[in-house]
Design a binder for this molecule. Sequence first.
Ligand SMILES: [Zn+2]
Length: 261
Amino acid sequence: MVTRISLETGTTAPTGKTNAYVIGGEDGLLIDPAAYSSRLDSVITQHGVSHIALTHYHPDHVGAVSNYATEHDLTVWSRYGRMAAFEAATGVRPDRIFTVGETIPVAGGVTVVDTPGHAPEHVSFGVTESGGRSLITGDLALASGSVVVGAPDGDMRAYLSSLRRIHAMNPDRLYPGHGPVITNPREVCERLIAHRLARESMVCSAVEAGHETIDSLLDAVYEKDISGVEQLASATVRAHLDKLAVEGKIVWDGAVAQPTD
Ligand SMILES: [Zn+2]
């Protein structure tokens, strides 16, 4: 059984709140404790949680890792190869390591699914519930709107692959890091893929039309006013340019973008 606890983070998270999740069962698992709350505290006790893991290490997902790990003496899990980043983000040294594809022996068996793109270390956690197959997906998807995929931390190619991977798995529901539970995962994956590909084709067309710099591309690609979110928008455009360049559709040296011919 999965319990969702929405926590105030006071950060720039899409909703100002982040969902922590508790997967109950023997040796229950706590995921993404963004902040301390008495409700989360009692759910942890009630469900006999003894492990903790993160979908990714962004500040709005990790705020209370140290707190809970210490107070409840939890076993701390990190993705293989990302232990130093885990410790840098949380101040906690991981006790155990998981690799993607593995089923970790907590909460009756939790499968780790590789879902990079929003962040390089990003994973999702799969569990079987009475209502079917569920995935705790961090910042891979939102019920409405889209998540940030911005260079250099974000990788648009990886992000689209992750969405396609989840689409192919065809789970019954997704538990996102922000906002309500997603009960139509395939539809949401399709919407998010279509949204990215539409923006990508606008970026590609703008490069072909002679827009070479980030500033010029931002003007060409965003119809709405982006003041206040220029950094986010330019990181997103960079992520699209990186992808287009890797795929040989444009030439991009990090400053100037040009058509291939
Ligand atoms: Zn994030």
